[in-house]
Design a protein around this ligand. Sequence first.
Ligand code: C5P
Length: 430
Amino acid sequence: MNSFYVDYVSSRCYNAPAFVRDCASVMDVLAGKQIVLGVSGSIAAYKVAELARNLTLAGALVDVVMTEAAQRFVGTATFQALTGRPVLTDLWALPEDGIIGHVALGRQANLVILAPATANTLARIAAGLSDDLLTTTVLATTAPVLCVPAMNTHMYTNAATQENIATLRRRGIVVLEPEVGQLAEPMVGIGRLPSPATIEGHARAVLGSRVGPLRGRRIVITAGGTHEPIDPVRFVGNRSSGRMGFALASAARDRGAQVTLIAGPTTLPPPVAIDVVRVETALQMRDAVAAAVAYADLLIMNAAVADFRPAELSHQKIKKGADEELMLRLVRNPDILAGLADRHDFVKVGFAAETHDLEAYARTKLARKGLDMIIANEAVASIGHDDIAVTLFDAAGSEALARQPKAQAAAHILEAILQRWPARLAAISG
Ligand code: C5P
């Protein structure tokens, strides 16, 4: 466990009876991390200015290292302004205090991101060269390296580049696939730099897999609602957006967990670096959960599973006809969590979205579904909103988290779960 987590966990003061804690402090896993952002000479260099900004806003200390060619595309002043730190370009002109030596930069880093990585940079790293500050830093670092190639399609598909990428991967460097789309030149093909948000998601996953408190742990999270078909074009559903479950999945990824996200129908973009299993109905979700928990350490059932489904599925669109009424007979869906009540090989966490009597309903479900924890929230104020206020109930007591953005609430929830079951969820090295 790194010091960031130790500091945070020891500062928590969980205990019964319920209390409301000020959750204003953002607990971002990037906070305080030293990240070297190596920029090489591609037109895509301008796109990583936004990445540098977002990493900095998340609390990371971002040292931008630019190759000579990169400076022809973007000026150092751009990165310097966005990171608030000097931009490093020259192996021989390091700051006078000597703190950032050419080897020290790589040694101190928690993560090195190479974006964009050109064919030339890939080749130099694969060859083990150290002919500028960027390659020297990569050679000298023991930190994980995330490499994001961007180049012309033919340069990318060239056997030399592909062999270099294979070499880097064999050595443990994470190399992302470029995206297919419009390139800088009038041509559509593979070679585009992924979006700053995608690169950041992968950076979080790579960092988490190295230092996260849940690394090596398998976490299954369900999200969204389910759609229970009436006929080929209609369904019974609910208003769940999937936002809370997606936020939990991202927070678990950031902490190094191997996440399986089982998602009901939603228009949300899939979180980066997470296995997503798409389902539509409660029965499909039950089967997906059954398969995913086979090796799980933790299940968080956040999905708003439909309690009922139409008894009959019409294979043709139901027509209005002359009738003033349409009777729809519904039958009970299986309770997925209750069906796992006799499984004690993983920690089980449920959600209870209620409009009234939150605590009473939550405690009843905690017992009836055989859960380790249930997280209660006020349904109308939460579903479809960006913010949420939750209360965590378990056998020992309860803890209320003030209303806050779902991403932040997700981080608090995961830390709270980890704090209660450290032996079952602590990081597995290796
Ligand atoms: O009973 P209720 O639907 O209020 O319980 C909510 C919790 O149970 C949530 O964690 C939800 O994901 C889970 N659930 C389930 N199977 C159902 C309905 C809800 O696992 N059929």
